[in-house]
Design a protein around this ligand. Structure first.
Ligand SMILES: [Zn+2]
Length: 440
């Protein structure tokens, strides 16, 4: 019997928590009246809980301890949950605010759908006794939902409740009544309140873009990706997209989308946004993301944007004018930004947008140089595929490995120029940028 149990456990590939029990278990309960309760249960007494992700201090506002004995404090850029009297605890409950909140360089905690459904981001909940470190990377998560609603976890639908082991960056979990639609390339949960034009574009363009990138970058490994598109009709002006392993999601938090879709430029911009996010899916592999630190985001954001430009030009030739105008605008933005700071400092100086604009120009220059050297036989995709292979074989993630390949596929001079552009404060960014493509 024991042996049988063991074999069964092995077969259904149960999580790894048999070895060491995680310190902090996470339980989420959504009640019928849309109250969200988060419970942390510790395996040993804790004086405080720290969190993996600390984009700002908004947990203080948005997470309300059920007992007034507890508080969330912000210290040296990080949030902590503790008891006001400093004593230890093994159990704590909090009420969450289930609305959209833009978090800079992080995933939104909740993305509401217009029919009352919602995406909840689990990485936001990852907590550790005292503080988090790279050694803690497993959380047992359970979720309870009201009757009549379902959960979508890893592309699978669950009614009532379910639990799983979560790790790394976590995932988005859908809670609501909308049934997912499965197509050849994705499982989709598209907000039925989105304008018809966006809904049809999501259903048609995302699969089309996935096929486009798959032909160039290879099939994604593992389970089929899930596409979540949500729309909260509120008085705001933000929209955000992102990807996590096997997930792509977009949220619109504004109230004039019906008016906006009448504008052709907005439609091109939306298609670009889709292409950019789909391209990100291909920057992951079985070893996780291929890129490195946040201050080197020109690598993945620039790549996703250059690939978006290529996809738009190939699949939607009418967007040519839009793309040309956008690349011109990116150049101006990049030049202006780099007169003020080094590209490497853009993240910490709140100029994250420069990784998109300067990054696109870097990838454009690489693509052109690679094509020229190989007489058109190779391009940015060939380079990226080898980059992925190298990282899978154990080479370092990020720009070091990538630039070594740029040297091989293009030239050492180009690598030097890119490094100057990224790492130094330029006296004449316009000149440096135009010399980036001087290899032509
Ligand atoms: Zn991006």
């Amino acid at each position: 019997m024991k042996l049988f149990q063991f074999a069964l456990l092995f077969l259904i590939n149960l999580p790894l928590y048999a070895e060491t029990k995680p310190d902090v278990d996470i339980a989420i309960t959504k009640s019928r009246d849309n109250t969200w309760t988060l419970t942390y249960q510790m395996s040993r007494p804790a004086n405080r809980l720290g969190f993996v992700r600390n984009p700002d201090n908004s947990r203080i506002e948005r997470w309300k301890p059920v007992s007034s004995d507890f508080e969330i404090v912000f210290e040296e850029g990080k949030e902590y949950l503790n008891k006001k009297d400093g004593t230890s605890f093994e159990h704590v409950e909090l009420m969450l605010t289930p609305t959209y909140k833009h978090l800079s360089k992080d995933y939104a905690p909740f993305s509401p759908y217009s029919d009352g459904g919602v995406l909840i981001y689990t990485g936001r909940l990852f907590a550790c006794i005292d503080k988090c470190s790279d050694n803690v990377n497993d959380w047992r998560v359970s979720m309870n939902i009201p009757q009549g609603e379902h959960l979508i976890v890893n592309g699978k639908v669950y009614t009532k409740s379910t639990n799983w082991v979560d790790r790394d960056d976590g995932m988005n979990v859908y809670v609501g009544r909308q049934k997912p639609i499965e197509t050849d390339s994705v499982i989709a949960v598209i907000d039925s309140g989105l304008p018809e034009k966006i809904q049809s574009s999501l259903s048609a363009d995302i699969p089309k873009l996935m096929v486009y990138f798959q032909e160039r970058l290879g099939k994604l490994s593992g389970v089929k990706s899930t596409l979540y598109a949500s729309y909260a009709k509120v008085d705001d002006r933000s929209s955000q997209g992102g990807t996590l392993p096997h997930q792509i999601f977009m949220h619109w938090n504004l109230n004039d989308l019906n008016k906006k879709v009448k504008d052709a430029k907005f439609i091109s911009q939306t298609t670009w946004f889709f292409a950019h996010e789909v391209a990100h899916l291909y920057q992951r592999s079985k070893v996780g993301v291929l890129y490195g630190e946040s201050n080197q985001s020109w690598l993945h954001e620039g790549n996703a944007d250059w690939l978006a430009a290529l996809a738009l030009l190939d699949l939607y030739p009418k967007t040519e004018e839009y793309v040309t105008e956008k690349v011109g605008r990116f150049k101006k933005h990049c030049v202006k930004g780099l007169t003020e700071l080094k590209l490497m400092d853009a993240a910490k100086k709140g100029q994250f947008g420069l990784y998109y604009t300067c990054g696109l120009l870097i990838h454009q220059a690489i693509d052109q140089a690679v094509q020229k050297k190989s007489n058109g036989l190779k391009n940015i995709y060939s380079l990226w595929n080898e980059f992925r292979q190298k990282v899978e074989q154990g080479d370092k993630k990020g720009p070091e490995t990538f630039l070594a390949l740029v040297e091989q596929y293009a030239s050492k001079e180009l690598v030097v120029r890119i490094k100057v552009l990224v790492e130094t404060k330029l006296s004449n960014p316009e000149d440096t940028l135009s010399r980036l493509i001087a290899d032509k």
